[in-house]
Design a protein around this ligand. Structure first.
Ligand SMILES: [Zn+2]
Length: 240
């Protein structure tokens, strides 16, 4: 199943792992997946390991029940259900990123909502939903999305949005391609930093819903430009 995927898709998935670490979205934790280009009921993701160290040989194939089907006996991330359950209900989504990108965390634990503050993050839309795991399993969980049921509940909160926050944990970004999901994950973190910087200065004028939509459509036409730069920057790092 892995060998039937387009080799360039696997190359891009490996590059995305490195880019997301290099740009401060992932660290030793977090993961990105892509839907299989020939089998929409399957997705590709790295086995359970630090994303900076992922190579093409580390990519595994999962079904939408969150089971690794190839290579047999390989383990992937505990939180694979974030990916499988979103792919189930969002046929438009081709790539999913789960990160703990740090500047976003404050917006999941306070009443302050993550909202688009500049034209690069119009994809956030009018507001960013927050998933509260206590609504699913009470107050004694480890906050990880470690079952299909929790993944299902998270997908229900994400709905048609590009990004959802997980209270006290991180966020999930989705896209119609690896490049769009990576762009969104990086600019979700950027937007959070800018919002935190602007807040003490006074009342923030956020993008309107129409401005958010127009800027998102504009930026979607230029995803390859930053992708090539992020890729080069990651390749030039000694880490990968
Ligand atoms: Zn996590």
């Amino acid at each position: 199943m892995i060998s039937s995927a387009n080799p360039s898709l696997i190359d891009d998935l490996v590059s995305a792992n490195h880019i997301l670490v290099n740009e401060g979205v992932l660290d030793g934790f977090g993961h990105i997946s892509v839907r299989h280009d020939k089998h929409p009921d399957l997705f590709l993701i790295a086995k359970s390991m630090a994303p900076a160290l992922v190579t093409a040989d580390d990519i595994v194939c999962c079904n939408l029940e969150g089971e690794v089907i190839a290579p047999i006996g390989t383990k992937t991330y505990v939180e694979r259900f974030i990916h499988s359950e979103i792919y189930k209900v969002r046929p438009d989504v081709q790539s999913v990123i789960h990160s703990h990108s740090p500047a976003v965390i404050p917006f999941g634990v306070t009443g302050e909502r993550l909202r688009p503050i500049c034209h690069m993050s119009g994809f956030l839309g009018a507001l960013t939903p927050v998933y509260e795991i206590r609504n699913s399993v009470g107050e004694s969980s480890d906050l990880l999305i470690r079952s299909q049921s929790l993944g299902h509940d998270l997908a229900n909160v994400l709905k048609e949005h590009a990004v959802a926050l997980l209270r006290g944990h991180g966020n999930v970004c989705v896209g119609i391609s690896i490049q769009q999901a990576v762009y969104r994950a990086i600019y979700t973190e950027n937007n959070a930093k800018l919002q935190l910087q602007a807040k003490p200065l006074g009342e923030i004028t956020y993008l309107s819903a129409a401005e958010a939509q127009a800027t998102a459509e504009m930026n979607d036409q230029h995803l390859d430009r930053p992708w090539q730069m992020w890729k080069r920057r990651a390749q030039s790092s000694k880490l990968y």
